[in-house]
Design a protein around this ligand. Structure first.
Ligand code: DGP
Length: 142
């Protein structure tokens, strides 16, 4: 078991000292909306325990993450009407990892949505983050 890191934003979200639009919580895993989404509904799925990146994950933590990913994917598609998804984990600064607490990005995609590398994050308008959180959480509770 890895311990929380004092300066890790995702550890703070797990601890509840930093707010986040949470859509799913299990014993080992948390899913919440990305604050800088590539598309509305862009969701992050993380282990509650602090691990830096995918290569450092113990098998059982990877399994717990993997077990919820399809559910989160289904909920994001249902809540956003996405035509597809990118599910990816940036590993290392060279690959664009900015938060050193391993996470899967679940990114809703539509044809001609303009999403391209390098990423250009969007900003939710007032009320849109909470509305999206409710839609995805509702799909996950069903
Ligand atoms: P990456 O660059 O692959 O490490 O992705 C990190 C993502 O985390 C990035 O898309 C923005 C998001 N993010 C960073 N800080 C916060 C935060 O405090 N809250 C939330 N909800 N998302 C965050």
């Amino acid at each position: 078991m890895s311990h929380p890191e004092a300066n890790c934003v995702f550890c703070k979200i797990v601890a509840g000292t930093l707010p986040a639009a949470r859509v799913l919580e299990t014993g080992e895993v948390l899913a919440f909306l990305d604050i800088g989404p590539l598309a509305p509904g862009h969701t992050l799925v993380i282990p509650k325990a602090h691990y830096t990146n995918l290569p450092t994950l113990p098998d059982e933590v990877a399994a717990a993450l993997g077990a919820v990913l399809p559910r989160v994917c289904r909920a994001v598609v249902a809540a956003t009407g996405a035509e597809g998804l990118n599910v990816l984990s940036n590993t290392g600064a060279v690959a664009g990892q900015s938060v050193e607490h391993v996470h899967w990005h679940v990114i809703p995609r539509r044809f001609q949505d303009g999403i391209a590398w390098p990423w250009r994050p969007l900003t939710y308008a007032d009320g849109e983050l909470e509305a999206m959180r409710r839609r995805i959480a509702c799909e996950l509770s069903g």
